[in-house]
Design a protein around this ligand. Sequence first.
Ligand SMILES: O=c1ccn([C@@H]2O[C@H](COP(=O)(O)O)[C@@H](O)[C@H]2O)c(=O)[nH]1
Length: 231
Amino acid sequence: MSNDPKVLVALDFDNYDQVMALVEQLDPSKCRLKVGKELFTLFGPQIVKALVAKDFQIFLDLKFHDIPNTVAKAVTAAAELGVWMVNVHASGGAKMMSAAAEALKPYGDKAPLLIGVTMLTSMVEEELSQLNVSKSANEHVLSLATLAKESGLDGVVCSAKEAVMLKQALGHEFLLVTPGIRPAGTDRGDQQRVMTPAEAVTAGSDYLVIGRPITQSEQPIAVLDAINQTI
Ligand SMILES: O=c1ccn([C@@H]2O[C@H](COP(=O)(O)O)[C@@H](O)[C@H]2O)c(=O)[nH]1
């Protein structure tokens, strides 16, 4: 299997034994793991260290959004944990993102990839007006992603629906990390801007964040293997 697996399994669990039981069945050559707000708030840096010690590459998805000094310190703490990828909200602005990028420079090629969150995949275009954003979803995502690139970030979190546009505008090297991935026939849950794994990769997604379709399945490994076959 690939040494650059595209699937990032979102470990959204509230039970340590359950998450570890799943992790024991997973193979670092077939997927990376995402630790988000639920798991981190419950089990803290220790669980990240435990997963790193099992040779998994970890996306620490805490979506930092704060003043530049605080975010710079937070991404430094993430780098010290040995994570592979960390993210900040692009709407925190250029100063905040640049401070995060600067803070990671001393880590050189050991620095985690720094990714900006654009528009959550649970949102539809109509919700932007509630935030006084008068752009279309595509325009809003493009403007946040452009700012992220100009601020020195490695890529963005977006929907795969925006992947073709972003690759054209920002180039192939700028990474696209896409949640809102749903294999055909599976429940969307609260996700709105969705694509199947194969559609997402064809559109230009570099990494697919997939949680419930794998973690809530009775046969998570079979689901992951089936997804990997299609991409
Ligand atoms: O725009 C975003 C940003 C982050 N997420 C996270 O990805 C996973 C998706 O899980 P599913 O169960 O596959 O829906 C989840 O941890 C979110 O916090 C996102 O969905 N959209």
